[in-house]
Design a protein around this ligand. Structure first.
Ligand code: KIV
Length: 270
């Protein structure tokens, strides 16, 4: 095991070491101080303070209305008490339209929100922005496959990369982002075979959500894996609270299943 000590911070080097040694990265979304404590006690390696908070905390229909102030408010709540898990914070919709806007907002997410790394949605079309962030030493995570901020253009929450051309485009996205200096990739709702191929083609850790067991780590929206989200859960979500009896036990079961390779199971794959 690469990182056993729950009182020392997980770093990017820790996560890279986990990829190299084949230890799966257990990640969950997290948006507040109380869950930060519960999740860290259970041993979660990494948090994504995702703009999914707009749907699960704020009651919006999509992530689109979320603002920079919303992200900073929640990221700072996690950072205030966080001692262990690596924190990746989302740029909200239309806050990275130009190089300068992206850099200014990345600095806010880090300085005011306590982010260890920032994440934005998109592949080859974002390379210029990513390059600018990386040139300014901003740790960066890409997000490819299903892009919730582009849900209108994508025509709904659908699996991406099912046909040959789509799969090729997502593979190119992954390689272009790595080439531009990305440190990590989130891959959402893509076929398992494609996610496995990408994970073995890039040297940076890949974190899957609906992308099958071949990724270097897994993430779920916390409220989905506890079975308390309002929306109908997609195929890839497993309710870990149902058989666990308590929230800490559910999170421990999730970590054990991710590390042991039993989640995601075939019924969660595309
Ligand atoms: O906003 C979010 O929750 C995400 C997921 C992919 C983890 O970005």
């Amino acid at each position: 095991m690469v990182n056993k000590d729950k009182n020392s911070p997980v770093t990017l080097a820790t996560l890279q070491g986990m990829k190299q040694q084949g230890e799966k990265i257990a990640c969950l979304t997290c948006y507040d101080a109380s869950f930060t404590r519960v999740l860290e006690t259970a041993g979660v390696d990494m948090f994504i303070i995702g703009d999914s908070l707009g749907m699960v905390l704020m009651g919006y229909e999509s992530t689109v209305p979320v603002t920079m102030d919303d992200m900073i408010h929640h990221a700072a709540s996690v950072a205030r008490v966080g001692r262990h898990a690596y924190r990746v914070v989302d740029f909200p919709y239309k806050t990275y339209e130009t190089r300068q806007q992206a850099l200014d907002n990345a600095r806010r997410l880090i300085d005011e929100g306590g982010a260890d790394m920032v994440k934005l949605e998109g592949g080859t079309c974002m390379v210029d922005i990513v390059d600018h962030l990386v040139q300014h030493d901003i740790p960066f995570c890409g997000h490819i496959g299903l892009l919730p901020q582009s849900i209108e253009e994508l025509g709904g929450y659908k699996v991406q990369g099912r046909d040959e051309a789509g799969a090729r485009a997502i593979m190119e996205d992954a390689k272009a982002l790595e080439q531009a200096g990305a440190d990590m990739l989130v891959m959402e709702c893509i076929p398992s075979g494609l996610a496995t191929d990408i994970s073995s083609s890039v040297n940076i850790p890949t974190i899957g959500i609906g992308a099958g067991p071949g990724c270097d780590g897994q993430v779920l929206v916390l409220y989905d894996m506890l079975g308390i989200a309002a929306q109908k859960n997609p195929r890839f979500v497993k309710n870990f609270l149902r058989d666990s009896g308590s929230i800490p036990a559910a999170v421990e079961a999730y970590i054990k299943a991710v590390k042991g390779g039993s989640y995601p199971a075939p019924e969660h794959e595309y």
